[in-house]
Design a protein around this ligand. Structure first.
Ligand SMILES: C[S@@+](CC[C@H](N)C(=O)[O-])C[C@H]1O[C@@H](n2cnc3c(N)ncnc32)[C@H](O)[C@@H]1O
Length: 233
């Protein structure tokens, strides 16, 4: 009797384990996996040798975090490339170069739009590494790195800007916006990193959401978050 009870208990436990396993399998199976961008995305494929050269450096930096400093994510970078190429941007201004990771994504698009990137960096060591990355990727002819405090150096811009990308000191976004918004062409974009963390000065959020001349979406908020602001025509 004791043996029969023990066998029954073992059978019950096995059935419970099997059914739990079936549920786990069903939940983890491809059919029921949620269609998040992480499950659907595949790495970008190079269309030609020039793209392959840029993507090789991007890939190396993506794999080796020591080559990046506080850079955007690959998903963010990919979006910047898409927006730059889709809008046919000819002149991109970046504030906060770091070691050039986001700059390489912009450069990937600028090679085909025939445009240029001007990027600002305070730290001379990071500016040097960025230049090395741009050279290795074969896009150094498209990129100008301006060293120094961007609150001062952005004053040298006089020409219209198609895309402005803010990714330096978060409390400085409002100052960069005030100085450069007049140069952003109607139909141009202001992209801003870290809309979720670390958040910029709330005055920046107010400036891009309350101005009737602008229209802003917040995207990729599952990461650090990107503000995409259109300067209306
Ligand atoms: C978040 S990192 C930029 C990451 C880069 N956009 C990327 O994704 O590869 C911010 C950079 O802004 C620079 N920075 C901070 N304050 C600055 C300032 N006032 N002027 C210029 N650069 C500044 C920092 O030295 C740092 O390298």
């Amino acid at each position: 009797m004791k043996n029969r009870t023990a066998r029954w208990m073992t059978g019950l436990a096995t059935a419970a384990l099997l059914s739990a396993g079936t549920v786990a399998f069903a939940q983890g199976g491809a059919a029921s996996r949620p269609d998040t961008s992480a499950t659907l995305n595949k790495p970008p494929r190079p269309k030609n040798e020039a793209e392959a050269k840029v993507l090789a450096v991007i890939d190396e930096m993506t794999q080796d975090r020591s080559q990046r400093y506080l850079s955007v994510s690959p998903e963010d970078g990919r979006l910047f490339r898409q927006l730059t190429e889709a809008t046919g941007a000819k002149r991109v201004v970046e504030v906060g170069t770091s070691t050039g990771y986001s700059g390489l994504w912009f450069a990937l698009a600028l090679r085909s739009t025939g445009g240029k990137l001007v990027t600002h960096e305070l730290d001379p060591g990071r500016a040097r590494i960025a230049r090395d990355h741009f050279k290795k990727a074969g896009v150094d002819d498209l990129v100008t790195v301006i060293e120094g405090d961007a609150h001062e150096t952005v004053k040298q811009h006089k020409e219209p800007i198609d895309i402005l990308f803010l990714d330096a000191d978060k409390e400085g976004y409002i100052d960069y916006l005030q100085k450069l918004l007049p140069l952003v062409r109607p139909g141009g974009l202001i992209l801003a990193h870290n809309m979720k963390s670390p958040r910029p000065d709330p005055r920046y959020i107010e400036a891009i959401t309350a101005n009737p001349a602008l229209d802003t979406s917040f995207v990729l908020m599952e990461g650090s978050g990107v503000g995409v602001t259109l300067k209306k025509r």
